[in-house]
Ligand binder design. Structure first.
Ligand code: SF4
Length: 437
């Protein structure tokens, strides 16, 4: 039998990088390449890297090193690809390096080092493309890059300014996903609330209607597809208020992933955060008035250069008032090439760690209290996994991987992707337990 050119693929990084990997894999399968999960069966290995923080850079460099050691023929792409010199300094043997969001370049690199077999058989590719997530949920990337210049972040220098996909393109992909059995779509980008601004909210024709490429229209149209739709990476701009009624109507999941990063105005300005001057507490209260079941997830940085004890306390006060449902927090760590590294008054490491611990302890209490309030409620959950003890599901308030889970003991007859109603019986600070009703 004729040998099928086979590509080994290693996908690192955030959901946005995962979407890039899916696009590359879909392209490779379309051209007749086989994909292998082992080094032995691969003719070449592609590593899709992450370069967001120093730990991710190290992980990426280690993965490249492992692929070179185990296989030898390696192409590197993704965020870290923008730093070719750093990669070559550590791993001079890599065959080729391409940057983030450089789909055509990666494909060209694979063609150069492993030409495709001439084969008209393209029907091996499912119409929704190759997905790396379980088939009942999928990430939908609506744009690439970012127009902001947060001083702790190097993503714009790696991925460039915002480039939005026209709305019809995005909706077509979403429809294909739903037709293929996807029950939950997770909208991702670097800045979801800015969707369309770079293309002047270009109007497209969608099912005979002229619709603008804009955040609200995106939410509204996705909300008509009949699946769960979850919004990630939204900033607290006034126009975001408009989508909260869609959540109250049940068109969108009542969930917002909204990275606040801090509560003190001086620090937010030093960070150059989008919507830094907004009154976030007022905004949160207004959202809850419109949609009381809304769940809010956010991330924060403690120990940013110059953060005083008083400013940190202001952040704790904000947490106490805001009562967010899910929170991630990082002690500030300098990223090579980030402007924030040049700011004066770095916070000593032990102070950063002490603040991180205080922050997390406070939020653990708040999260536990928020979850406890749901005990006794009847909620619809989506089954993610069925194991020997029962089903593992997620509620509307939980995004996969980053939030909590809902355990339904004994419900082994359920199937992944089922929506079921449960009564919540128990909660800890992360997860819930319930029984079918
Ligand atoms: S909004 Fe800020 S943190 Fe997010 S990608 Fe853009 S520059 Fe980076």
């Amino acid at each position: 039998m004729k040998h099928i050119p086979t590509v080994g693929f290693i996908s690192l990084g955030c959901p946005k990088a995962l979407v890039d990997s899916e696009k590359i894999l879909t392209g490779l399968r379309t051209e007749g390449y086989a994909i292998s999960s082992t080094y032995q069966d691969a003719d070449i290995v592609v590593v899709n890297t992450c370069g967001f923080i120093d730990a991710a850079v190290e992980e990426s460099l280690d993965s490249i090193g492992e692929a070179i050691k185990e296989h030898g023929r390696v192409i590197v792409t993704g965020c870290l690809g923008a730093r070719e010199a750093d990669i070559r300094a550590r791993h001079p043997q890599v065959l080729q390096v391409t940057g983030a969001h450089a789909y055509e370049e990666v494909m060209a690199a694979v063609h150069t080092h492993l030409p495709p077999r001439h084969d008209p058989f393209v029907s091996l590719v499912p119409p929704q493309g190759v997905k790396l997530t379980p088939s009942h949920y999928a990430y939908l990337k609506i744009s690439e890059g970012c127009n902001h210049r947060c001083t702790f972040c190097i993503i714009p220098s790696l991925r460039g300014d915002l480039v939005s996909r026209p709305l019809d393109d995005v909706l077509l992909e979403a429809e294909k996903l739903v037709a293929a059995g996807v029950k939950e779509i997770l909208v991702v980008s670097q800045d979801t609330s800015a969707y369309g601004v770079d293309i002047n909210y270009q109007a497209v024709n969608w099912r005979g209607q002229s619709v603008q490429t804009r955040f609200y229209e995106l939410a509204d149209k996705l909300g008509e597809l009949g699946c769960w739709v979850r919004m990630h990476y939204v900033y607290p701009y006034p126009h975001v208020d408009k989508i909260i009624p869609l959540m109250a109507e049940g068109k969108l999941l009542p969930y917002l992933d909204i990275p606040f990063q801090h509560a003190n105005n001086r620090l937010l300005k030093l960070m150059k955060r989008p919507a830094a001057s907004q009154n976030n507490l007022e905004r949160i209260n207004a959202w809850r008035a419109i949609c009381p079941e809304i769940s809010l997830r956010s991330t924060f940085i403690v120990g940013f250069p110059g953060e005083t004890e008083q400013e940190f306390t202001e952040l704790l006060d904000f947490l106490t008032e805001a009562r967010l449902d899910r929170v991630g927090c990082f002690a500030y760590s300098p990223v090579q090439g980030a402007v924030a590294n040049t700011l004066p008054n770095a916070v000593p490491e032990e102070v950063k760690q002490e603040r991180l611990a205080r922050f997390m302890a406070l939020q653990a209490e708040i999260s536990a209290e928020r979850l406890q309030q749901r005990v006794g409620r009847i909620e619809t959950v989506l089954v993610d996994e069925v194991v020997a003890e029962g089903a593992v599901a997620r509620s509307k308030a939980d995004a996969p991987e980053i939030d909590g889970q809902v355990f339904i003991d004994g419900a082994t007859h359920l199937t992944v992707g089922d929506f079921v109603k449960i009564e919540i019986e128990e909660a800890d600070e992360h997860d819930l337990w319930g029984h079918l009703v």
